[in-house]
Design a binder for this molecule. Sequence first.
Ligand code: GTP
Ligand code: MG
Length: 359
Amino acid sequence: SSTSREWIRQPIIVVMGHVDHGKTTLLDKIRGTAVARKEPGEITQHVGASIVPASVLKKIAEPLKKYFPKLQIEIPGLLFIDTPGHELFANLRKRGGSVADMAILVVDVMEGFQPQTVEAINILKEKRVPFVVAANKIDRIEGWRPTPDAPFLETIRNQSQRALNLLEEKIYRIAGELYNHGFEAERFDRVRDFRRTVAIIPISAKTGEGVSELLALITGLVQQFMKKKLVTSSEPAKGVVLEVKEEPGLGTTIDVIIYDGVLRKNDLFIIAGKSKPVVTRVRALLMPRPLQDMRMHEGRFTQVEEVYAATGVKVSAPDLDDALAGSPLYVIPDETKLQDYLRMVSEEVSELRFKVESD
Ligand code: GTP
Ligand code: MG
């Protein structure tokens, strides 16, 4: 409606890995650290995603100043998508992979690669998503002496030679497994060229050790290598449907990640349906209510007039019963262009449907 505006959006970071390797604990740790630092309002809960804003990234990365004096945070934050590791949820991992700018592959250092670790790697390869490996649960290494929330480079100074050797063995094993899948990998502080070598960051999602380096590294990598991709503007929204959900009082809704542009109430949009494309209008845009003002009688969601990339949002609209999860979403700016959009979605989705059926 108004003049066009440009901004750098949050990079979309998908967290993947085998069941129980610690993906959700890691995200809770990142969110919890911010809450513990008395900034509960700063973490926005998004549908299917959570945003960690730049202010929180800055605080978490503070202890790293002496190692990376030049680290400046230029992005507005990071948008994380958690995925389940259970083998049944291959489709959700694929959808996460399809919308990700970057991924964190979480690997339990004690267990190494497991079937869904390999599956995740294959998705990242196919979609060409750059990734880092979080070698999680280092606190479980025999004799480990944890220093809560310390940078990895500091906590290793407090460890016995034996614990350090055990850690080296585990990292070496993970690097070997990555090599078998076609990737050179090294502990992050030994990587010379991040375009050629996958960085392994040893962390504990439980004690918080190494989490500051993990966040600083991701921030640094996206800023160095994908800033152009993150520029978006106030144009019609593009997104991906993560899930199709029945909501009490709302009927069928879709949970969408918007990676480009602006989505507004009453916008005309197109997504793929199970049998044919669905063209409909946004009835309501719903964001989860922040925890601190959760009131039972008001329901779990709050309505907004518009949302900006990058974000997760629940969309309520007529005719979503047939919606296909995994589908692209495009706002149609001008009804005379409807045929072009129908063609585009049909082309993209014949491929998508093939993938869904081969699950
Ligand atoms: P799915 O979503 O089921 O795939 O699992 P997940 O990867 O999200 O794992 P989750 O975070 O639920 O953690 C699984 C278990 O591992 C929980 O009991 C966590 O408390 C534990 N855990 C996670 N990270 C760590 C860690 O760094 N150290 C230790 N000791 N335990 C951890
Ligand atoms: Mg989980």
